[in-house]
Design a protein around this ligand. Structure first.
Ligand code: PEP
Ligand code: MN
Length: 363
């Protein structure tokens, strides 16, 4: 089931937007000078549309820098006044939300830890109710698309129509190269379930390290995401939080220069025609694939019947091992991805065994 929520396109609340939406700014606001120096440089890069900065910081362990608090709101107001950039921060309870709205912030976002808590989201929703706020909802720390949707629905039920989802990756179970692993499947599922919802990517919290920012950002555009939220600090290595993942405004500019921005559609009729030709070919190939599978299923049924008559088991482990080896080798010669071939044959074999046992259990 899809939920066609009544959500405004980004351009309705950000008329200056010239796709994609790029939000940049430091992880944490630290000093007035750091906030303003960073903002001045980012504002010069006309590709940045919103300035971000954490005022209240959710830290995993106590005793780490927990943000400058309310004074940061004043610095964000100064950024807005001087550069004209809309400004935003993370809110994690009713009091933050009240203060941020009172300070005239343009964007509020709900952090990953808060999205995972329906009580917190509801508390924020109750405060934004009846306002024109722009609320962005990061994915929860665990890859639960329902929890993410639930948070978005709570904000929507409070009458907010300016909503954006942010993919910032999920807490890994085991150590991975990224700080929070991206899960594009979950993002695609959210897009399918809520087709009107703009979704942007936060490569900074996915990457955890500067060196991975480019590959994740490019992947986000390849996947058709609507923009990026990237952390940028005037002096990243000295940042009081997330030092390893922030970029100077100049390096952010270089990263943006390299990125290929992709759109879901184009106005180029030649491209659309050629795409149609290729898609028709894929449709035909898929039909052929299904026909071949159906022939295979019929053959499996015959094997099942034959085994039944001779009291032979549905599963013969040697045959299965040889079959898999053989199919992987053929796949390699055809330059198919090994993991892909393996998972396809795992599914095919599983279903073959299931069918044979069904035949054997028939009266
Ligand atoms: C942040 O944006 O600085 C932040 C704390 O992000 P997240 O909620 O994604 O961890
Ligand atoms: Mn951060």
């Amino acid at each position: 089931m899809t939920l066609k929520l009544d959500i405004n396109p980004i351009k309705t609340w950000l008329p200056k937007l010239d796709n994609p939406l790029l939000i940049a700014g430091p992880c944490s606001l630290e000093t007035e000078k750091q906030v303003l120096d960073t903002a001045r440089l980012l504002a010069k890069d006309k590709r940045v549309f919103v300035y971000r900065g954490g005022v209240w910081k959710p830290r995993t362990r106590p005793g780490m820098f927990e943000g400058v608090g309310s004074i940061g709101l004043k610095w964000l107001q100064m950024v807005k006044e001087e550069t004209g950039l809309p400004v935003g921060t993370e809110v994690a309870n009713a009091q933050h939300t009240e203060e941020a709205l009172k300070a005239g912030l343009d964007v509020l976002w709900i952090g990953a830890r808060s999205t995972a808590s329906p009580f917190v989201v509801q508390e924020i929703a109750d405060v934004v109710k009846g306002t024109n706020a722009v609320v962005m909802v990061k994915n929860p720390v665990n890859p639960d698309v329902q929890l993410w949707m639930g948070a978005i629905e709570r904000i929507h039920q409070a009458g907010i129509r300016n909503i954006v989802a942010i993919h910032r990756g999920f807490t890994p179970f085991v150590e991975t190269k990224y700080r929070n692993y991206p899960n594009w499947k979950t993002v695609i599922e959210l897009k399918r379930l809520m087709p009107n919802l703009p979704i942007i990517c936060d490569p900074s919290h996915i990457a955890g390290k500067r060196e991975y920012l480019f590959e994740i950002s490019q992947k986000a555009f390849d996947m058709g995401m609507d923009g990026l939220m990237i952390e940028s600090h005037i002096d990243p290595t000295c940042a009081l939080s997330d030092a390893a993942q922030q970029l100077t405004p100049a390096d952010l500019g270089k990263l943006l220069d390299k990125l290929v921005i992709r759109y879901e559609t184009t106005n180029n009729p030649a491209f659309e025609n050629q795409l149609d030709v290729l898609r028709n070919r894929i449709d035909d190939l898929d039909t052929e694939l299904l026909e071949i599978l159906s022939t295979r299923v019929n053959t499996i049924k015959k094997i099942g019947q034959y085994k039944k008559e001779n009291n032979v088991t549905a599963l013969q482990i040697n045959r299965w091992t040889q079959l898999m080896e053989n199919r992987v080798n053929i796949g390699k010669k055809l330059e198919l991805n090994e993991a892909f071939v393996k998972s396809i044959f795992q599914l095919i074999h599983e279903d073959s065994v299931r069918m044979q046992t069904e035949i054997m259990d028939e009266e």
